[in-house]
Design a protein around this ligand. Structure first.
Ligand SMILES: O=C(O)CCC(=O)c1ccccc1C(=O)O
Ligand SMILES: [Mg+2]
Length: 341
């Protein structure tokens, strides 16, 4: 992993960082990767609002990269944008098939949907029903993807994707957890004559070496998230080196973190984007912290910074205990970054 450092930005002192920080907790509409409350730190920073929102179970070393991203976006510069709108996908959590139309309705105009599969406690039949409902709702000319979050073994993935292939999938995201498993699965699918592109997500954003999956030829495309990779500039470096098409996605951010992803997607030269980006996820939250939430309209989002809404920051303010927890986490991550620079 490119070691995160504070070298290339105008790094604020810790006191300034903490002084501009607001901790919020926003309920999700439906459970998403076990989450029903999305906690985030929002910085009212000089370059514009910025966000720090590593998932609560992540360790400090991993979370420090998310802090480097927040500092870059709030105190540094964003690269020039090459487009001013970004097409986004609908994100369908592991809901029942009957709930799929209601979820899709939150993503007006989206002609691409990404469906969560391999959820713990569910079966392949549940996945098939959810994917079928999505394909039926969107029609044959839409793009439908699945995301297993590494939840399948190679055998399970091969069996599942053999069946799901009948729905003409755009790609399968992180079907298995490890790079060797992804490589083995691709070989098995090719041998069986099943055309199915494989996207790597966790193998990029949670790996010691985000380029290992590309080097191993274990994926057809990469899902890239700005916060976990340490910011827009580090993500662009990884994309350039990987030489694979990419989808820019969110980590269930508020509109502030979504704006970071939009600026990354906007900086990518034509031909590097593999399709609609996973940046429509504000639609999965019950609220937001900005004036004009970055929710999809006509299947796309405008590339712009978000402006904070003071009343919303108050409304979603986290409890004093959670606020103290996040402030201590920022301090620990800041120390890790300072040590790395
Ligand atoms: O890509 C999308 O459509 C939305 C983002 C998403 O799925 C996600 C959100 C939070 C954490 C993990 C993931 C993921 O892609 O695995
Ligand atoms: Mg994913």
């Amino acid at each position: 992993m490119v070691s995160p450092s504070l070298r290339n930005t105008d790094t604020p002192p810790l006191a300034e960082l903490l002084g501009t920080a607001r901790v919020v907790s926003i309920p999700t509409r439906t459970r998403f990767r076990g989450i029903t409350e999305r906690e985030a730190v929002i910085f009212a920073a000089p370059a514009g609002a910025s966000e720090f929102s590593p998932f609560v179970e992540y360790g400090d070393t991993e979370s420090a990269r998310w802090l480097a991203a927040a500092i870059e976006f709030g105190w540094g510069e964003v690269p020039p944008g090459l487009r001013d709108t970004i097409a986004v996908n609908a994100t369908v959590p592991a809901v029942s098939a009957a709930e799929v139309p209601g979820v899709l309705a939150r993503f007006p105009g989206c002609r691409t949907a990404k469906v969560k599969v391999a959820e713990r406690g569910q079966t392949l039949a549940d996945d098939i029903a959810r994917v079928r409902a999505t394909r039926e709702a969107l029609g044959d000319d839409a793009f439908v993807r699945v995301d297993a979050n590494g939840g399948w073994s190679v055998t399970e993935a091969f069996a599942a994707l053999s069946e799901l292939a009948t729905f003409d999938l755009d790609y399968a995201e992180q079907p298995c957890a490890t790079v060797p498993e992804l490589a083995e699965l691709r070989t098995l699918l090719a041998r069986a004559g099943i055309r199915m592109r494989i996207a790597a997500d966790e193998s990029v954003r949670k790996s010691e070496d985000p380029l290992a999956v590309a080097r191993a030829g274990a994926a057809d495309l990469l899902v890239v998230k700005a916060q976990p990779l340490g910011g827009i500039a580090p993500a662009l470096r990884i994309i350039t080196e990987a030489q694979l098409p990419v989808i820019v996605s969110s980590a269930l951010d508020t509109s502030v973190g979504i704006s970071m992803g939009l600026h990354l997607a906007a900086a990518l030269p034509d031909g590097m984007l593999a399709g609609a980006c996973g940046l429509g996820t504000v639609a999965l939250l019950t609220g937001d912290v900005v004036d004009r939430p970055l929710v999809p309209e006509g299947g796309e989002l405008p590339v712009r910074r978000a402006t904070l809404d003071a009343a919303a920051l108050d409304r979603f303010r986290a409890s004093p205990g959670r606020e103290a927890w996040w402030r201590e986490r920022i301090e620990r991550c800041y120390v890790e970054l300072a040590a790395g620079s």
